[in-house]
Design a protein around this ligand. Sequence first.
Ligand code: SF4
Length: 121
Amino acid sequence: MSKNTELTCIVCPLGCKLSVLQGEDDSIIEISGHSCKRGLSYAQTECINPERVITTTVRIRGGQMPLVSVKTDKPIPKTLMMKCMKIINRIEVMVPVKVGDTILENILETGANLVATGNAT
Ligand code: SF4
């Protein structure tokens, strides 16, 4: 039995309403509602292997503040998010930290790096 999934594309502010028809084996039969190829790609990824950017904080050692904000520099598979958060929660970095500093490379071999989005001194 096929299933139909309704999504809102989050790639750009237009927020096109997407409709994805999938077969019993989850293969994609048809995608509609997209206005560009980026929306098509988003719908495929979201239905087959959804990804998200992690935005969180890591602990700071020796700084004025206890935490600094970080994010992954590209989306990672949603299925790895909990595992990534366990690793990130164990990280503690020494000051100084500058925006754009790499905190952790190639997290869980996803190709994504964890980078600072704030400064810490
Ligand atoms: S389908 Fe294209 S135009 Fe529509 S929201 Fe997605 S990226 Fe924007």
